[in-house]
Structure formats: C-alpha cells, structure tokens
Design a protein around this ligand. Structure first.
Ligand code: NAP
Length: 270
C-alpha cells in the first residue's frame, strides 16, 4: 500500500530507541523526512543513521535533535529545527515517555509532576507550536502515544496512568479544535511492548519480576503476556506500523480516536 507520505516532514519524539525509533524508520522507508528527538545524542545519531539507510530507495531522510521535550522551550526549538531542515512540518508523533512499577503510596509528588510534564505539557506545547502552520497548508497528522493505562489505570503505575489518561483528553481536545482544517489528531493506546522500556536491564520486566516474585525474566515475560487475551507482549514494529498508518494519507477519515493496539487488553468494544 502506498502510504502517500513521501516528501512529508515529520517529528518523532522519543525516537532514540523503542517504538519511536522504529516509527521513524518506517516513515523514512515510506519516503518521509524525519527529525528524531530524544535526550541521548549517541543513541539518536545511530537511530538517524539507521533511518537514513531505510530511506535510501524512497528518498527518505533523517536528522536528529537532542533535547528534553519537557523543557519549556523544547516545542519552539523542535518546530524551528524541522522547518529549517525540511522547510515545513507536516506530521508530529508525541511518543517520548517513561514509566516505573511501584506502589501508589510510594510515588513522590515530584514524580506526579514529572509525569504530567512529560505526557501532557510536552505534547500540548508541541501541538500548539506545530498545528497552526499545518492547518494553514490544509494537511497535517498528529499521533499522541498514550497507553492502555490511560484507558484503565495500572495499579502499580499510578502517576503514569493518570497522565496518560490526561493525554487522551488532550488529544481529543486538539482533534476537535482542528477538525475540518485538514489536520487529524489521534492517539494510540499500546499494551505492553518489548521495547527497551520493558526489556533493558532494570526495566519494567526486571521490576515486575521483583515486584511479583517471579523466579526469572522468562517467567515474568510469560506472566505479563498470558494475562492478555492475545497471550503475549507486542513487538515494537506492531505498534510502530499503526502509528505510521495514522500519520499517512491512508488514515484520512480517522480523527479524535484513541486506537487500542493492545492485544485485547482493555476489554471494551468502544
Ligand atoms: N513499552 C510499553 O510497554 C509501552 C506501553 C504503552 C505505552 N507506551 C508508550 O510508548 C512510548 C514509547 O515507549 P517505548 O516503549 O518505546 O520506550 P523506550 O524504549 O524507553 O523509549 C523511550 C524514548 O523516549 C525518550 N525520552 C524519554 N524521556 C524523554 C524526555 N524527557 N525528552 C525526550 N525524550 C525522552 C527516550 O530517550 P532518552 O532517554 O534518551 O531521552 C527514548 O528514546 C512512551 O510514551 C510509552 O509511555 C509504551
């Protein structure tokens, strides 16, 4: 299927690894120009080089910008960099995120605030900075990466769940605000994904093994997967391909959605 996004210019936050990196790679492969954003310079440089290779045939291009999306001036800097490099900004993927397992009573105030800043303020500032110019040109796509935890709070991810629920509300608010302008704002709600967030040493898998007393990582993974209707965690590409579709011309009638990509985890039909 031709996604119809060759030559479009995109920003993907949280693009150094995991879902954001694979999304950037797929966008480049489809011929788009992508600015990859995260904090760790060397990871980003490597990810951008990988994306450049993926775009070799389709004329996809990649560049990177290392910064904390939570900084007050991040949105202006990101939009300015994309416009300088690519001439415009057509597609925004708000994907940067992090999470931790622990008891609700153990979450300090500063972590509640940090979750709000990362999942609500950062995407809000980016949408506010990027969408008006998209609307002026009559075409744009925004995908906000929330979580199943935004639809049904995870008991051991309190501040993350509440912030991801707020991100869904924010996404719908912006979808309504710009409906009819050609700019389509949507969210996705992934279930657990075998990105670095879960799989890196000390990540969610190791934390869950410790919290639930599983004998080892294999058992922890089995337990996390078997509690889902589909029976397993997602691969990064299974999430990235849905994001890429929502960024594309082909998703031209999808607006204000909160698409579950969760192997049936949140068991509602709407
Ligand atoms: N993995 C899952 O099970 C799962 C499930 C549902 C939803 N999600 C959501 O999916 C998104 C991507 O997650 P992932 O699994 O791909 O995570 P990941 O593998 O840990 O990657 C997260 C990316 O976000 C970047 N990042 C984190 N904080 C940032 C900040 N303040 N400023 C700029 N970049 C930042 C990280 O790079 P730096 O650390 O270098 O900045 C990294 O590139 C997140 O929003 C997450 O909440 C994940």
């Amino acid at each position: 299927m031709d996604l119809g996004i060759a030559g479009r210019s995109c920003v993907v936050t949280g693009a150094g690894r995991g879902i954001g990196r694979e999304t950037s790679r797929l966008l480049c492969e489809a011929g788009a120009q992508v600015l990859l954003v995260a904090r760790t310079e060397d990871e980003l440089a490597e990810a951008a080089a990988d994306c450049g290779r993926a775009g070799a045939v389709s004329n996809g291009r990649a560049a990177h910008l290392a910064l904390d999306v939570g900084a007050a001036d991040a949105a202006e800097r990101i939009v300015a960099e994309a416009e300088e490099r690519f001439g415009s900004l057509d597609v925004l993927v708000n994907n940067a995120g992090q999470s931790k397992w622990r008891d609700l009573d153990d979450v300090p105030d500063e972590d509640w605030q940090a979750a709000w800043d990362l999942n609500v303020m950062a995407p809000m500032r980016l949408m506010r900075a990027a969408i008006p110019a998209m609307a002026e040109r009559g075409w744009g796509r925004v995908v906000n990466v929330s979580s199943t935890a935004g639809k049904r709070p995870s008991a051991k991810m309190g501040e993350y769940s509440v912030a991801k629920a707020a991100e869904l509300s924010l996404s719908r608010l912006y979808a309504d605000r710009w409906a009819g302008s050609g700019v389509l704002v949507n969210a996705i709600c992934p279930g657990p994904v075998k990105s670095e967030m879960w799989m890196e040493p000390g990540g969610l898998l190791d934390q869950s093994v410790e919290l639930h007393g599983h004998p080892g990582r294999d058992e922890g993974l089995e337990a996390a997967g078997s509690s889902r209707p589909i029976g397993r965690l997602a691969e990064v590409g299974e999430i990235a391909s849905v994001i890429t579709f929502l960024c594309s011309e082909r998703a031209s009638f999808v607006l204000g959605a909160a698409w579950s990509v969760d192997g049936g985890t949140v068991q509602v039909i709407i």
